[in-house]
Design a protein around this ligand. Structure first.
Ligand code: DGY
Length: 327
């Protein structure tokens, strides 16, 4: 393509897609350091861009959109979630916002299961115990955890990832209860029950896994009041967005053993992690790696670039979030 379009990428992506952008768009430029740009840097580098390829930790607010200039046509997020972008403002300006759904469903559900298994069977503690030469022989009460098979799995948010999470639970013969504003026929076909409300789910589930996007409605969905409904033997798993949980309330509940444990891939103020969370034995933490497999990240990069190529060629992008701009 002999394009005069200016494309800006905020951080290195898998190399083949960087090369694709370089060959398609001679005016392509990118931050070559593997770190997030500050808002000041972002607003400087985005100037004149027709397309912006950004990450979930780039805050694309009205100021950044304005800094780009009136020619900006697309903000392609390298993520499924897009709570980092001021969608209302982009839409008002007629700018397409795209994401990378589907391709990270399995990787994220796998990671949620890895956290569930690790926290309930105390795998991180067991590893530490082993490498520190504390294993002195089989012990009837050593590192007792929570049983998984046959326990109730509560899924909050029954979209693609919530469904994949439930699919995996079938191997553990777990009754599934889900909370969503819509019926999920796939889940119900597997015998899952739709909870009448969030409170009902929180009271019956042994494992609760969060799969909702971050919105005004879901911010602090898990808070001091809702945590009070959990069984003291329950485990909470979060691979969605950190702000869905009031982290201080969760810390207090974990400290007081009011719930059994938590497996967390996302945090309220990323990249900061609450100091107490790092010290508690009944948590397993991961640095937002839900989609971090080579295959998934490669596919996400291809999708983000496909979206840019479509829009800059005058076509509707395959993963348009704010569909109202394409009418
Ligand atoms: C997303 O795409 O929203 C994920 O959080 C990335 O892992």
């Amino acid at each position: 393509m002999n394009s005069d379009k200016n494309v800006f990428l905020t951080r290195p992506l898998p190399q083949p897609q960087v090369e694709r952008l370089q060959s398609l768009f001679p005016r392509f430029h990118h931050n070559q350091e593997n770190r997030s740009l500050t808002q000041t840097e972002l607003s400087k580098h985005v100037k004149g861009a027709d397309a912006l390829l950004c990450l979930l930790n780039d805050k694309i607010d009205a100021d950044i959109i304005d800094s780009a200039g009136p020619q900006l046509r697309i903000i392609a997020n390298y993520a499924t979630g897009y709570d980092n972008i001021d969608i209302a403002y982009a839409t008002q300006r007629g700018i397409c916002v795209t994401n990378t759904p589907d391709v990270l469903t399995d990787a994220t559900a796998d990671l949620a299961w890895a956290l569930l298994l690790s926290v309930s069977r105390r795998i991180v503690e067991a590893h530490e115990y082993s490498v520190k030469n504390r294993f002195k022989g089989w012990d009837p009460i050593l590192l007792l955890g929570g049983e998984i098979t046959g326990k109730t799995l509560g899924i909050i948010g029954a979209g693609r990832i919530g469904t994949a999470m439930a699919q995996r639970s079938r191997g553990w013969n777990m009754p599934v209860v889900y909370y969503s504003n819509k019926h999920n026929e796939t889940l119900e076909g597997w015998g899952a029950k739709k909870a009448a409300n969030l409170e009902d789910l929180l009271q019956v589930a042994d494992f609760i896994s969060l799969h909702v996007p971050l919105t005004v409605e879901t911010k602090y969905l898990i808070n001091r009041e809702t945590l009070a409904l959990l069984k003291p033997t329950a485990y909470l798993i979060n691979t969605s967005r950190g702000k869905v949980i009031d982290e201080q309330a969760l810390v207090d509940y974990l400290k007081n053993k009011r719930i059994a444990g938590a497996g967390l891939d996302v945090f309220e103020n990323e990249p900061e992690i609450h100091t107490d969370l790092k010290e508690l034995p009944n948590v397993v933490l991961a640095p937002h790696i839900g989609s971090a497999t080579t295959e998934t990240r490669t596919r996400m990069a291809e999708m983000a670039v496909d979206n840019i190529v479509s829009v800059l060629a005058g076509n509707k992008p395959p993963n348009l979030v704010n569909t109202e701009v394409w009418k």
